[in-house]
Design a protein around this ligand. Structure first.
Ligand code: RB5
Length: 144
């Protein structure tokens, strides 16, 4: 299962990515928003990340205008490794090196086709472990 959510700035891209994932046969839990009324992106990040932990989903997708706000907010939550994706290479590395459990997109900066490609790359990549596990463990140590 994949958790997804956005603020108003990411509303359209979030809906497009949700449909795309469902068409691929994925189960998607949409945490909203469900209209373009202005909301605060930290609230969305909090809801989506909480759902990610309680459902033990595969990963979560967060979308705001730039993807920056939701990624900053999500990375404040212990256990979350949120990566703002900007191209296919970063999508691959987010999984292979960083073992990201949340991926973020900018609804006002990234076209749906690009985001869908990055999503595909992320989903078909695997965490490489080994020295990358050591580095991810060091991130956990920073969290305390
Ligand atoms: C909302 O206008 C905008 O600030 C938000 O979607 C996001 O881009 C913040 O980083």
């Amino acid at each position: 299962m994949i958790i997804i959510g956005s603020d108003h700035g990411g509303f359209e891209l979030k809906n497009q990515l949700k449909s795309y994932l469902e068409a691929k046969g994925e189960t998607v839990d949409d945490c909203g928003v469900f209209n373009e009324q202005s909301v605060d992106y930290p609230d969305v990040a909090n809801i989506v990340c909480s759902k990610f932990f309680t459902t033990q989903a595969d990963f979560a997708v967060l979308v705001c205008g730039t993807g920056i706000g939701v990624s900053i907010a999500a990375n404040k939550i212990k256990g979350i490794r949120a990566a703002l994706l900007c191209n296919n290479y970063s999508a691959q590395m987010a999984r292979e090196h960083n073992n990201a459990n949340v991926i973020c997109f900018g609804g006002r900066t990234t076209a749906f086709e690009q985001a869908a490609q990055m999503l595909d790359v992320f989903m078909s990549s695997e965490f490489k472990g080994d020295r990358h596990q050591t580095r991810v463990d060091k991130i956990s140590n920073i969290e305390g």
